[in-house]
Design a protein around this ligand. Sequence first.
Ligand code: SF4
Length: 238
Amino acid sequence: MTTGSNQDIKAVVKSLKANRFDTVEFVEDADTAVRTVLDMIPPEAKVGMGGSMTIRQTGLRDELIKRGNIQMFRPGQVSFEEFLRLPSDIFLTSSNAVTLDGKLVNIDATGNRVAQMVFGPQKVIMVIGQNKIVCDVDEAIKRVKYVIAPHHGMTMGIQAPCAIDGRCTDCKSPGRICNITTIIEKKPRMTEYAIVLVGQDLGLGWDPDWPAERKERIVSAYRAEWEKERATFHPPRP
Ligand code: SF4
């Protein structure tokens, strides 16, 4: 089990650098993460974003909307055809998990988010909270299936078994949100990468053995962001 301690963060920073990600930075808190990321984005750059609650929680999305950088969200919020016509210069996202040896693990329903993490935009910027650190790929996948997907599904009212009772049955449901798993082991060849690790819990993700108060804080922060988005969310077709 990891706790996202300073020692864990130092190990991840070292591993990500060894895995050739171009820029890897550690910052103490979300405010510093926002300033760090804004400095990486030229005023004229078109920034694409998936449904990252981490990016919303930090306030980065709002700052980029004010600056006029954000130019698309995700399928369901614009038509699929429009989505494909809107390539971004920079893709801004988090990662479902990052392992101590520097692998980025993500599971998607549609694939729009993971596709842009590996090819398309010239640059990917990831903001990753300390709570997303896991020991290895096995733990990362379990974390998504048994913690992130059920809570995400329950909050958003997705039609999959885990959204009803919180248990993953490796379902075959049309509402399944675990359709594509990616493991980025080393920096993708043609994409510039910046990864900002934050010494604060951000987005969904925890170890079941963590103290209940910590897990509750993570869930409430996530739900608070979701409530702001609820009115504009249109689930993509299965
Ligand atoms: S496989 Fe199905 S039941 Fe399991 S977490 Fe994913 S959507 Fe939920």
